[in-house]
Every structure is written in structure tokens, then in C-alpha cells.
Design a protein around this ligand. Structure first.
Ligand SMILES: *Cc1c(COP(=O)(O)O)cnc(C)c1O
Length: 228
């Protein structure tokens, strides 16, 4: 299948999930996850139109981005090391993987002199898995408060999660529901408007949409299996 065909299919599946729960499909955005894909593949999907490009490695994205047309935002999805923060800011328009105070502070320090405001998501380790990145659900409020009160150059857009891997998407549903409840509780507790939800990947994006995802992050269903 061509990427035009896979993109049409993913969009149809997104619309189907929206229809099942009475959501407006225009409000659910697609991040095309192009990690390990060559710049040509990124250019091809950009030409068709997606809401954002997602990458999980700073250096890989920094090498690819200059090779493709501008105009679509790039989101960092993978863990961010302190020493890559500068390059990440030069490369990305949104960082979805803020998961600790030090990285929020580092970004704030680098953004402030330019007066640039960066949209960010807090990554939540929703399954509480050891070894996995993301802040634990119980510590999310502290990090959110820190971003809101101590990092004026970070704009908290919402929460992101990667649930424990399971090939059965129904097993991810309770994790997605939990992220939605956490976001609702946080928004109410902190006096914010809605916090958006970035959740759902190739295997489970329809279930994620049914549970309230505003952004789905889809790689393999668009580009095929990763070889690298
Ligand atoms: C790779 C990745 C995705 C996309 O995964 P697919 O299974 O290829 O759809 C989404 N989110 C994050 C954080 C990723 O690292």
C-alpha cells in the first residue's frame, strides 16, 4: 500500500472511532510517527497533510527536518536528556515527553532569553511500570504545578501516555480512561481549562479516541513495520 492509502485508512478508522462515541472527528489530530523512516517518507506524508510529525530521537529528527518542507509542527515523543535540550528546542515545536522537574527547568532556562513559549505535554507512566519513562500518576500534579508556576515559557497543553504494551487494544482502554480522569482532575484542581490527551498508537488508537484522545501518535499503521 502507498502512504496515501494507509493515511486514508487511518483517517477512516479515526473517523469511525469518533462516530462510535459521538465525537467530532475534526477535533482529533494525527501525529505521524516517522522514527526510523527516511526523510523521503516524511516528505511524502507531509505532502498529503498530517497535523504533526512525531519523532523519538532528537538527533535523528534534527538530521531529517532540514530535508523536508517546513510548515508542519514536529513533536518530540521520546525521553529528553539535559544535554540534548538545546538541540531539541532547535528541532521541535512541541515536547510531549516532559517527565521531571529538571527537564522542565532546563527548557525554561533555555527558552526565557528568547521569550519563546513552547507547548509541552507531561508524560505519565500510566501503568506505573518500573524502567518506563514518565512521571507516576501520583506525582503528576506536583510536576504540573511546577510547570505552571515556575516555567512561564512552557505552555502545558496536556498529558501523554504510553500504556503497558499489549497487543489487545481493549487491555489499553482502562489506562486511557485513567489518563483522561487524571487530566480532568488536574484541570479542575489547578483551575485550568481542558488538558488535552495524547494517547493511542498503531495498535490502539481507535480505543484511545473512544476514551477521549485529542492526539493519536501513529507510526507503523502509516509507514509499515520498522526495520531499523
Ligand atoms: C514509536 C512511537 C509511537 C508510534 O508507534 P507505532 O506503534 O509505530 O504506531 C507513538 N508514540 C511514541 C512515544 C513512540 O515512541
Amino acid at each position: 500500500m502507498t502512504v496515501a492509502e494507509t493515511l486514508r485508512e487511518v483517517r477512516e478508522r479515526m473517523a469511525g472511532a469518533c462516530a462510535r462515541v459521538g465525537r467530532d472527528s475534526a477535533r482529533v489530530r494525527l501525529v505521524a510517527v516517522s522514527k526510523t523512516q527516511p526523510a523521503e517518507a516524511v516528505a511524502a506524508i507531509l505532502a498529503l497533510g498530517v497535523d504533526a510529525i512525531g519523532e523519538n530521537r532528537v538527533q535523528e529528527a534534527a538530521a531529517k527536518r532540514p530535508l523536508v518542507p517546513a510548515g508542519t509542527p514536529w513533536h518530540l515523543l521520546g525521553p529528553l536528556q539535559r544535554n540534548k535540550a538545546r538541540l531539541a528546542l532547535d528541532t521541535f515545536d512541541c515536547i510531549e515527553s516532559v517527565d521531571r522537574l529538571e527537564i522542565a527547568d532546563r527548557l525554561e532556562l533555555l527558552l526565557a532569553p528568547d521569550g519563546r513559549v513552547l507547548p509541552v505535554f507531561i508524560e505519565v507512566n500510566i501503568g506505573g511500570e518500573p524502567q518506563k519513562s514518565g512521571v507516576l500518576p501520583g506525582q503528576t500534579r506536583d510536576l504540573a504545578e511546577h510547570v505552571l508556576s515556575g516555567c512561564p515559557h512552557l505552555r502545558l497543553g496536556g498529558l501523554m501516555c504510553i500504556p503497558p504494551y499489549d497487543p489487545d487494544p481493549e487491555r489499553s482502554r482502562p489506562h486511557f480512561a485513567r489518563l483522561r480522569e487524571l487530566a480532568e482532575r488536574l484541570a479542575a484542581g489547578l483551575g485550568l481549562g481542558r488538558l488535552e490527551l495524547s494517547m493511542g498508537m498503531s495498535e490502539d488508537f481507535e480505543v484511545a479516541i473512544e476514551e477521549g484522545a485529542d492526539w493519536v501518535r501513529v507510526g507503523r499503521a502509516l509507514f509499515g513495520e520498522r526495520t531499523g
